[in-house]
Design a protein around this ligand. Structure first.
Ligand code: NAD
Ligand code: MG
Length: 395
């Protein structure tokens, strides 16, 4: 009987709203959907400015609604989709309106940066389950987001590979106390390098990640190790941990995606080849696992795994993020805003690699600290931090 009931449950097609469908996470989400049309249907697609790809995706996947943030691209999208019956929205301010639509069951939160916060909160408020790739949402306002999810009975399932790994290790362990979690870090493209080398690195080099192919912002965050700091803060909120329970180890092969150590000292790890489609698919199908044809790991071909502590003297952004996590309040929000601007400045070749650290550090010491911010105050802190960081960059 039980089996029948759960089979019936999974025979319904899950409607996915993909926020950020033209990005790295968004495109891979569509790949998973295309491979499992019996399980998933994309009913919302949103894009910031890549209208050509949005149109292409809409014609292929026939969602109920699409949104293009860049209003100057709206007429083109509307015209291209005129005969399809797909609703076309325009402007970043309508993201929340689209997130409130009832034509989807699960949000793939694949927008990058602070911009993902409002639509994700609206998805939660309107009862959608959240597959969370957008880590900045929890870095900025983790307490508000988790509280709202609790109040609305909504589950937040991580897509970030490390958090998916921890989530998978915790299945069936609800009764058991976690001693610590260990997030693995690849070390990024500049592993082993020192400041005298980093001072001259350029965008083209920093953007090349050794193990993952990702969007520009997270690639830079990975090269500075700030990404791992954001992930520590993300883990704190997702799993209800204290900062002292969260550790980072550099594991260059990216085969172990993260680990949980329980109160008896036993450590569970989740492993696999680095491929974001796996955590994407897991979040979408949870609690079920579904078959796929992704390449499998072969123990006889890659036999080495190493682990070492991160070099926080060189990669100071990680130390700054850990400091922000311990400080709490609006400090992670300030760190995030300063970093978004710094990364933007670096990607535009306006500042050097090491200047990013300087900008984050100075902004953290300049913007007023608030111990228990309201959502409104998080928005204000983000604005104040951006404003100050902008004065340090010739944008
Ligand atoms: P990306 O830059 O490739 O894509 C970002 C998407 O967000 C695009 O669809 C873009 O149109 C949209 N977008 C950008 N700015 C926007 C704005 N201001 N308003 C509305 N939409 C906007 O980024 P990505 O690599 O896919 O990463 C997305 C998120 O997932 C990030 O938070 C990142 O940290 C997280 N993440 C990504 C990966 C990965 O492998 N790419 C892995 C783990 C976590
Ligand atoms: Mg990650």
């Amino acid at each position: 009987m039980m089996q029948q009931a759960s089979d019936k449950h999974f025979s319904a097609i899950k409607r996915i709203g993909i926020f950020g469908s033209t990005g790295s996470i968004g495109k891979q989400t569509l790949d998973v959907i295309a491979a499992h049309p019996d399980l998933f249907k994309a009913t919302i697609l949103t894009a910031h400015s890549n209208h050509k790809l949005l149109i292409e995706q809409a014609l292929q996947f026939s969602p109920e609604a699409v949104l293009i943030s860049d209003s100057s691209k709206y007429p083109g999208v509307r015209e291209a989709l005129a005969s399809t019956g797909i609703k076309v929205f325009s402007g970043e301010e309508t993201l929340e309106e689209v997130a409130a639509l009832d034509c989807y069951d699960m949000m793939m939160a694949g927008i990058v940066g602070f911009a993902g916060l409002k639509p994700t909160l609206m998805g939660i408020k309107t009862g959608k389950s959240i597959a969370l790739a957008n880590k900045e949402t929890l870095v900025v306002a983790g307490d508000v987001v988790m509280q709202s999810a609790k109040e609305n009975g909504v589950s937040i399932i991580p897509v970030d590979s490390e958090h998916s790994a921890i989530f998978q290790c915790l299945v069936g362990e609800e009764q058991n106390e976690i001693e610590r979690i260990i997030l693995t870090a690849s070390g990024g493209p500049f592993f082993g390098k020192k400041p005298n080398y980093l001072v001259n690195v350029k965008r083209e080099h920093a953007i090349q990640h050794p193990n993952w192919s990702m969007g520009a912002k997270i690639s830079i965050d990975s090269s500075t190790l700030l990404n791992k700091g954001l992930e520590m803060i993300e883990a704190k909120w997702l799993f209800g941990l204290t900062p002292s329970q969260i550790e980072v180890v550099v594991h260059q092969q990216s085969l172990i995606h993260s680990m949980v150590q329980f109160m008896d000292g036993s450590i569970k790890a989740q492993m696999g080849l680095p491929d974001m489609k796996l955590p994407i698919q897991y979040a979408m199908a949870y609690p079920k696992r579904i078959k796929n044809d992704f390449p499998r790991f072969n123990f006889t071909k890659s036999s080495i795994m190493n682990f070492e502590p991160p070099d926080m003297k060189t990669f100071r952004n990680l130390a700054l993020a850990i400091g922000a996590m311990h400080k709490g309040g609006n400090m992670p929000c300030i760190l995030n805003a300063a970093n978004e601007l710094a990364v933007y400045g670096f990607l535009k070749n306006r500042i050097g690699f090491l200047d990013m650290t300087e900008i984050i550090e100075r902004t953290m010491s300049e913007v007023a600290f608030i111990e228990k911010p309201t959502l409104e105050e998080y928005f204000d802190s983000d604005g104040a931090a951006r404003e100050y960081a902008a004065t340090l960059i010739d944008l």
